[in-house]
Design a protein around this ligand. Sequence first.
Ligand code: VAH
Length: 311
Amino acid sequence: KILVTGALGQIGSELTNRMREVYGSDNVIATDIRETDSPVVKNGPFEQLDVTNGEKMFDIAKTHNVDTVIHLAALLSATAEAKPLLAWNLNMGGLVNALETSRELGCQFFTPSSIGAFGPSTPKDSTPQDTIMRPTTMYGVNKVSGELLSDYYFTKFGVDTRGLRFPGLISYETLPGGGTTDYAVEIYYEAIKHNEYTSYIGEGTYMDMMYMPDALNAIIDLMEADGSKLEHRNSFNVSAMSVAPEDIAGAIRVHQPDFKLDYKVDPVRQSIAESWPNAIDSSAAMNEWGFKAEYDLAKMTSDMLDKLKTK
Ligand code: VAH
């Protein structure tokens, strides 16, 4: 039985549906802070849960005989920068509760880290798996702390904790909220609606990105990997591409030649983006559990535009 927190979010909504297909609907208990009319609520068990409520999280996990916790509920980078104390309390409080629940019930555990865990002093190109990490955002502080805390629960308590440093994730089901890389999702929606987009991230700003199907496969592949073969646990770098806004626009123009891109840079999210790497090295994930991304920029763009047109 799998408990998912943040199951109505950008990753959670698709991961819940995918895990219900793979493991059976009744075996994936979706939770989020409020109930909506999302298919995630309708096509399997759903419980309302604020992850800062540790007792309620434990009770839900115990009641449902959960043996795996997928902890996704968190505030993303831009929101965290606007409300740093709320971000600390929610991101770290929720994480401790999820780790404690996993420890007490002997669950396998997953939570995502991010390229946001790196800072300006980190090597920006081919960013190594093991390198200096001095993030300058509250979100980055949360992610590095989360990686260290998850490693601690493994070494100290034997909890089978695992995690991935995700790049920006691009998807067409559920919009991200409050991220810095959200421009790379918005651009596709705007391409369909208005054939133009004004980017809040400046020209030439490179960040790692990945299409959601590859992210879902990476989570499931990591969780099903033989733990004895993992040299790392809670922080595998995984990326499918390194792109700047103009690269995405170029890929869109293959389908919509007149697509227009212009810029209105948001200084806050631009500075967050500039503190992150341009392109990370995913070789540890490839070597230790066979990570492989299926979608490059061209393939992702073609699928995104197709699916959004239908939507
Ligand atoms: C954000 N989408 O922008 C998230 C993610 C790497 C980016 O952490 O905050």
